[in-house]
Design a protein around this ligand. Sequence first.
Ligand SMILES: [Zn+2]
Length: 83
Amino acid sequence: MVYGILSNENKRLILQRLIVCQILITLRSEEMKHVCDPCGYVYDPAEGDSASGVKPGTAFADLPASWVCPLCGVGKDQFYDVK
Ligand SMILES: [Zn+2]
């Protein structure tokens, strides 16, 4: 652990960055997720759907119309939004 040999100024900067990261993570986690009504599969835009070739960061609205739930195969219209 190199933390101990850092100057107080560096420690302060690192703490600031940690706080910024925490805020960003919090904001991300508040992004809308989409839950499959029949099976409960959760589509998280931050993760995408690698099994279907959907890249991380793909918004639910940007999924192709042909995209279906990877677990039960229903279409996008069967999903509901959650925070
Ligand atoms: Zn499903």
